[in-house]
Design a protein around this ligand. Sequence first.
Ligand code: ADP
Length: 675
Amino acid sequence: MPGDRKTPHAIVGPGVSVGGAGLIVVLAITTRTADATGPGFSTAMSVGGLTVLWFLLRGVRVLSIETLLLAATLFVSDMTLGSEPELAAAMAAVVVVQTLVAVLLLRRWCPDLWGCGGERPLDRPRLLARYGGALAVGMAVGAVLATVAWTTLTGERVELGGALWFGRTLCSSLVVVTFGLLLGERITSEPPRPRLLSSASWLELLAAVAFTLGMYVLAFWFDELPLAFPLLAATVWFGLRFSTLLSATHSMVTGVVTLALTLRDIGPFAATDREDLGYLLAGFYVATIVVTGLGISTGRDEREALAAELRRTREEAEYQASVREAVIGSMNEGLFVLDDGGSVLLHNPAAAEIFGLNEGEMTREALVLRSNRWADGTPMPDAERPSSRALAGETVRDVEILVSPGEDLPDRVVSVSAIPLPRDAARGRARALVLFRDATTEHARREELAAFAGVVAHDLRNPLAAIDGWTEMIADELDTGGLDAQLAREFVSRVRSSSRRMRELIRDLLAHATASARDLDVARVDVTEIAREVAAARHAEKQVTCRAIPAVLADGVLIRQVLDNLIGNALKYVSPGVDPRVIVRGCPHPPGCVTIQVVDNGIGIPRGEEEQIFDEFHRAHYRDYEGSGLGLSIVRRIITRHDGTITARANPDGPGSVFEFTLPAYDVGPDDATE
Ligand code: ADP
């Protein structure tokens, strides 16, 4: 995580400042050269890179103890080397300014580089250019200031002075700062880290090192020949095949070796007549190999990062596509995408199934042909089709249309939503996504509910109207003052009877609603026992005979409701003067079930209405018998929820009818279990 990354400031303590200062003094003393003259030539190795790395790692500001420490160190080491105090002070100030300029520019131009405020390594040519630019500007400022200070204070003009300063400090900063930042970034980065060898092997590293050694021996042994150029081949090898850090290490080692050998008058750069020119050439040579090596490595890093990113993006896209396909394919809702040219660009299996079409037949013409009516059967104009509206830019939600899936299949009511999609810019076409689901059952339910509500309203209004009528008559009679007690009792009894009918209807409506909504609580149910209790509650133990019935697996409360309705009807629907006789019996049949019969000697069901009497509000004998017409529909719902069936027929053994229903058996016999 980027947030967990350690900043350079957090990993290096003030010890680095002391170490940096000490190293400057050591370098000044050990690499002192008496021959060289001119600004900053008292030491062979430039400290320009060291000071920049120190300031970057410690996050030094312009006005700080560290700035003073650097200035003091430079002054003391110059004085130790025998410099004049004014000159030593001026040179110390120049190096401090040069360091601060380079550090500030690096922080500004490369803010995302590790060490300069960011977290990434030096891994892109563009970053390398800004990085090199910042160092070059810093060192150029130093070169100009040093030349001016030297000339002013000593009165001498040193040929190549500024160029030498610039070459040496740029070379030193490119080598030291680059290596330091790459190493720091690698140490603080979270594992897994990129391989040091990159894609190469240890054997190749050995070969590359041997090749470098060979080239350097060749170039520095035969120093009368200008053989510096083959040295670049080793740099290119490292840049191309190994990690940036390894390539920078190679450049640093070869750079230091080149400078050290040149200093000892060995090699192609020492072959020039002028010693300072030799230094200058060696400095520029080292800067060149560092920049070349880094240029190649960062270019390769960037290419590899892009390739990895591309691979990741492709894998992600493939994954997304497979998820999309799986989701679309497994949806119960139909889906298709079409354009305004009439092409179906995409569809799922559910879409083909709802329209009754095969995979290859999903064309816009076929779809239009099979869905050109609204849910109520009226024709649907083409412009008002949900797909046409979405292609025109409108979002359509839950519109119900009729789909004819084929000649021998019934029409289905389908709920359609359509959404405009982004245009296909290449082909200049509008596109839309159409989603639909089978809403046939839902639609039928709604229609049924509307009809049901209509009947309920009508049936409730009748007794209400009666109550209104009778109470109005009572009021009229009271107004005229002629209401006698007998008449008043008659009117009140009518009002009561109407209100009782209303109460019964409301009770049945509630039972009807709970018969479907209540969760089934199944257990062993003794039907005979319940039938006996129902008969007792109705004070009809003598009229109702309960035979032994095998136990069933059902919801006891709902089964009581079933028996209460059926026994209640059997006792109610008898001719006047006839003593009702009801038999409740059952047998273990068919396998796994129990069949139960309620047989009566009543008026029987009119022929042809045996099925209809189970519909809500259907009453075959509405004239002479009171009722709501809901009892049998409640019974059928309960039996259906228990996976059973119910039928009614004329009693074959005499007058009356037989109501027969099945329920799951509680004891599944051995024969049943194998079924
Ligand atoms: P309700 O009894 O309230 O009218 P039901 O749904 O219980 O409503 O019955 C619907 C119709 O079926 C009754 O109106 C009646 O015509 C007929 N019916 C029900 N049970 C019997 C029966 N045992 N014998 C004859 N007809 C019956």
